[in-house]
Design a protein around this ligand. Sequence first.
Ligand code: SF4
Length: 227
Amino acid sequence: MSDVPPKPRSANRRPGAKQAPGAAQAPVGADARRLKPQPTRSLLTSAPTSQVTNPPDQRPALQQLCPNCALCCNGALFRDVELQPADDPARLAALGLPVKTLRHLQRFPQPCVALDGCRCRIYAERPTYCRQFDCALLKSVQAGQVSVEHALRHIRKARRLLARALALLRELGDTDETRPLRQRCLRTLRRHESAASQPAAAALADLTLAWHDLNRELAAFFHPGTM
Ligand code: SF4
């Protein structure tokens, strides 16, 4: 069962989305950085910074946001994804998704095993739900209500908070990266509820705060109803 209602998604369009499952698409993240020509020393030394301007990025919003985000695939927003009638469970299982039947619905858990950094390794064959989901932030950018730069700031902030929560979970002994964030936080907080040692108490307080701040950010900008 999902933490939040099933990912409501729009139509079939997301060339580089969530770059989650990223098969036949442009390289992103580390790959993109590797392929991007590095500025030469002469450019760096011969032109003042104020004179070096980059052309505006004309790519669609989802290609600019999702490859830097993946919050809807990495277990921060959802704990599982339900398959839809158009999906082929056997094919998805063959691609590596651990499809299970729970309460009469077929689903696979998050964090998604097909996620590689912010890329989807099965992008061309990703499930229906993954094709259709657009978060509130992406929709706002597509509607012209929020700039890409502003949206990227929210993504960076949410990912910073997530990284903080994950680091605290590891510090508190939870190293199971295959579980969704909510489950890991609840389990760790419960396990240490009666922790007497000061260091554990401090880490628990920090984890509670980081998780709360992350949920607030996710609920406000990515998926209302997350908290
Ligand atoms: S949460 Fe939104 S911006 Fe982030 S990958 Fe998913 S759809 Fe893209």
